[in-house]
Unconditional design. Structure first.
Lengths: 563, 161
């Protein structure tokens, strides 16, 4: 095929149409804008029109060339949409500048599927992802030798108005591959280059059908919420609180990719997954305000639209975090309408652009996650190597939560006690009571000195009573020197001031073949493990020393018959 | 009331009602049942915080003969039989050391231990002369000179003890 056979020029409308084979079909033709211009100029120099070509020397000049990559169709000549799909490497300006097609050149791995987002929506006619006949690889007009995945033109101006300010967002979101995006804040005439990455993601190798079933991963709080990620007793704020369920942190990462992969329409914060990008702007807001500001809803202002992902208060918000969808972020003093309410962007620097991560959750190292701005999981799902950035963009490191596990237990037979140890013996005087316990409903136990930082958040303690026994007391919290215990009657058989007490890290009749506790690692702690079974099939007492180390610890109990 | 342990004093209380009545003034303690009762206390919520009460070796069969189990109270625990006046406890079912850790009161014991071949220290044990010296020293401490003279005369007169 030749350009002459692939294009026709209408006699009266002067519309240049593509009449060749369709994309992916044998013979489909693609030409540079310069080739089009050369062809038109050649026709214009002909002595007379032939075939379906209206053009000859008697007609007005059809095109003008400023540069090889910028062709202006003049004197009423235009190309139609189909023709624009078969031209590349430059811009076509027509209708006196009222319509512009700009050239796109995507730098990416061969075969990349490119999504183009215009006016906040993915362009459904993604002809540039067609597979040229005989190649088997996606991408029109590729140049593999130069790393070019595809070249094409897109209409960026129509009816004398730029389409969303000629803004385009190009992205790759192929499951199993790296996610990237390239933002064009207003295309230019000629060739606009978008650099993307299309490489296999080694941390995303699970089949999508498998990941599709990981529905136990859920966002517990889709909006502004406080978490104490670094366990310093002070809340930091994030716009999400994900629960990774039974999944590993890398599986969680894969699930996040799945929820935002190409074609995913399940919504996140009110946006289809394949459009969700995370927070792009933090906007300081002030009065006047009306009504309340919701989260996960659309927002608009003069010159732009977005989606509210979080705000620090429904009624008196001072900060709103948005994903910009169209236009530009709010400027000082602009009224931002959110649902039925509105707030006003503060003066000064009301909008702070925030860096995005791809995928929106951040980066997986395989065993840890480096979170995107404002992204968080619940603290129980984090480990020491994870890194999160709160909404102030401050790095927060989770503490080293380690797990100590005792295995080999027999359900409903073994009673297990794990307490503080020293030289292989149970330390009964880990604490001494700072004040006698004599009340009828005691809920607070104060000990001398500080409770160690590696004490589990909840658990049990043992307190020595007047009868010499160490009674067991569940606690729901601790701080400083005080345990908050389940209400207990100490009015008889009380516990005197100075009596011993200790943390029983595990103190239970086995409910499963393993038992464990989780604590923040500070320094190695010696533990004492005792397992007893005096039931119908008695066993000898098992006792051993163990260590809660930087990677936690474990003990497999032995069971020797004592019948 | 049943067998209980005072964790503060480490005293194991054995009610007489828990013993098997044999005849007037004579009761029987099944040492193995006693052991199992202690094990049940050890794996309770209260008991698990405290050291073992005893050490146990089960019965073994050797050349067709069943050698009895052994049971030893350890870690400073003592055994207190309920003091309801004089009565005797006959222990059965195991060789044991209960008599060594029994709280002294009006209750007496028939220990019931039986040994076969035992192992004694050799080489560094007492010599015959040191035993004789020890006996003589004990006699000197526990008798008056007149009593010692009376004993000597009796020996000379052919009286045997």
């Amino acid at each position: 095929m030749t350009i002459a056979s692939d294009f026709s020029i209408h006699t009266t409308t002067k519309v240049i149409s593509y009449i060749g084979a369709a994309h992916g079909v044998s013979g489909a033709g693609y030409y540079t804008v310069l080739e089009l211009h050369r062809w038109l100029q050649a026709l214009a120099a002909d002595a007379g029109a032939t075939g379906d070509d209206y053009m000859d020397i008697s007609r007005v000049t059809p095109s003008d060339k400023q540069f090889d990559t910028i062709i202006t169709l003049v004197n009423g000549y235009t190309i139609d949409a189909a023709a624009s799909e078969h031209l590349y490497s430059g811009s076509i300006i027509q209708a006196g500048g009222d319509t512009i097609f700009d050239g796109m050149q995507v730098i990416a791995g061969a075969g990349a599927h490119i999504q183009v987002i215009q006016i906040g929506a993915v362009l459904s006619n993604d002809f540039w992802n067609s597979v040229p006949y005989g190649t088997g690889v996606k991408g029109l007009n590729p140049d593999a030798a130069n790393g070019i995945a595809c070249r094409f033109m897109l209409k960026v101006r129509d009816s004398a108005a730029d389409i969303d300010g000629r803004r385009l967002l190009l992205q790759t979101r192929e499951f199993g591959y790296s996610y990237t995006e390239f933002k064009l804040n207003g295309t230019s005439r000629g060739i606009n280059v978008a650099a993307l990455t299309y490489a296999s993601d080694l941390n995303n190798q699970t089949a999508s059908g498998t990941v599709a079933g990981w529905s136990d991963v859920a966002n517990l709080t889709a909006g502004y919420n406080g978490l104490d990620v670094n366990a310093d007793s002070t809340l930091e704020y994030y716009y999400s609180k994900w629960d990774r369920g039974s999944r590993s942190i890398n599986q969680f990462y894969e699930r996040m990719k799945y929820l935002t992969r190409r074609g995913e329409t399940t919504t996140l914060y009110g946006l289809a997954g394949h459009l969700f990008r995370g927070i792009t702007h933090e906007v300081a807001v002030t009065t006047p305000r009306t009504s309340t500001i919701a989260e996960g809803v659309a927002a608009s202002w003069s010159g732009g639209t977005g989606q509210v992902l979080a705000r620090d208060s429904a009624g008196t918000a001072t900060k709103v975090w948005i994903q910009l969808l169209t236009g530009i972020a709010p400027t000082a003093g602009q009224t931002i309408t959110v649902g039925g309410g509105s707030v006003t962007a503060a003066s000064g620097t009301p909008s702070t652009e925030r860096a995005l991560s791809f995928p929106f959750c951040g980066v997986s190292t395989g065993s840890a996650i480096i979170g995107a701005y404002g992204f968080a999981l619940e603290t129980a799902d984090l480990s020491v190597n994870d890194k999160l950035f709160d909404l102030t963009n401050t790095l927060r490191n989770p503490p080293n939560l380690v797990t100590f596990t005792v295995s080999g237990l027999v359900v409903s037979e073994d009673y297990l006690l794990v307490g503080p140890g020293n030289s292989g013996a149970l330390v009964e005087n880990q604490f001494t009571l700072n004040g006698a316990l004599t009340g009828a409903s005691v809920t607070s136990v104060v000990v001398t000195g500080s409770i160690p930082a590696d004490t589990p958040a909840t658990g049990t303690i043992r307190i020595k009573r007047a009868n010499g026994a160490f009674s067991r007391h569940p606690y729901s919290a601790w701080t400083g020197s005080t345990f908050t215990i389940t209400s207990h009657d100490f009015s008889s058989n009380n516990a005197a001031n100075g009596n011993n007490a200790f943390i029983s890290y595990i103190d239970t009749l086995a409910g499963a073949t393993t038992a464990s506790f989780q604590a923040t690692y500070v320094t190695d702690r010696e533990l004492f493990v005792r397992r007893r079974d005096g039931g119908a099939t008695p066993t000898k007492t098992f006792e051993t020393a163990a260590t809660l180390g930087v990677a936690g610890g474990s003990v497999a109990v032995q069971r020797l018959s004592d019948a | 009331m049943s067998i209980a342990i005072n964790w503060a004093t480490k005293v194991i209380n054995v009610p007489r009602a828990d013993l098997l009545f044999v005849s007037t003034g004579l009761y029987e303690l099944d040492v193995d049942a006693f052991r199992l009762a202690l094990k049940d206390l050890e794996d309770s919520v209260d008991g698990v915080a405290f050291p073992d009460t005893h050490r146990h070796n089960t019965a073994v069969i050797l050349s067709g003969v069943t050698y009895s189990r052994t049971f030893e109270i350890i870690n400073g625990y003592t055994v207190l039989f309920e003091d309801l006046g004089p009565y005797t406890v006959r222990c059965v079912g195991a060789n044991h050391n209960i008599a060594d850790v029994k709280v002294v009161n009006q209750v007496s014991m028939l220990i019931g231990n039986s040994s076969g071949l035992i192992t004694v220290a050799t080489g560094s044990g007492p010599s015959a002369s040191s035993i004789a010296d020890a006996v003589w020293s004990h006699i000197n401490r526990s008798t008056t000179p007149a009593e010692r003279l009376e004993i000597a005369n009796a020996v000379l007169n052919g009286v045997t003890f």
